[in-house]
Ligand binder design. Sequence first.
Ligand code: ZN
Length: 320
Amino acid sequence: MFRSRRYRYDNEGVVLAITVLLVGAVIVLTSTFTFCVSGIFIIGMFVLSAVMIRSHHKGLMRQAVLVNELQTPALDEVVDECQLKLQPGPVDVYLVEKNQMNAYTFGIETPKVLVLYSPLLKVMSPGELKFIIGHEMGHVALGHTWLNTIIGGMAGIPAPFGASVILYAAFRWWSRMCEFSADRAGLLACGNLNLAVSALVKLVAPEVRSQRDFDQAMAAIDREDDDVSNRLAEVFQSHPMLIRRINQLRQYAATQEYQNLQKGVNANLGQSMDTANASQPPSVVTIRLTESEPKEQIPPEERWPWLKPLDQTDNQQDED
Ligand SMILES: [Zn+2]
């Protein structure tokens, strides 16, 4: 059988080589361009965030109350205890008059800034407040404040083909992991699982005053993850569902690692190394933050015994 390809046009091979080279060059150039533009975008976002952070800090300095020994001595005592325990580095704490239950932290430079909204002081007991403040100080200690600025900028890169959605979801995923870490810091700061859990519950149900209120709020929180739409929505949320945070804390509180860390942070205060005493300071603490501080001083583990860690036979940290 006669078989020949010699009829190929002379320039076909040359033009093919040029085409392949051009495609390669375009790929290299466009990816270099994307790389440079992305770098500029990330740096730009970082600078913009830094400017906004600085102006927000200045605004707080003008309008909010700086927590210190003279202006807010009782709250300052709580803040100092958390700071001593967790050693997050320099943090300025501001109290802001707002009609909302919230606390947050931010900062690239030192000192970092921690903001507490005033209703927290009306609703939370001193021990619960230690969880809230400790949580925020955990964010500071673990570098989340500045990491958030950088990673947030990176995740905001304009990207094609729905990649922006994936980047955004990844950023939120990381944010939720940070919340679990910060909750652990909050637990170490307050030294009591029940106080940590009641603080979390009160964030969404500040009106809780009785065991019945608490049970109802807890049941609603527990139902949250039954709903598929809630589980899907969580993908784009900065905070995990409360029930997940509570369950993570319960598991963590039962670990030896936690017991060791609690001993370590308690030692910073000169407290007993015995973790069995860890719950005593928050639950019997006599600090009065405001006149509306809940009068009830029954330790939460008595009010909500079911919140005790599952293994009661061990020398648990939140046992009196
Ligand atoms: Zn947080």
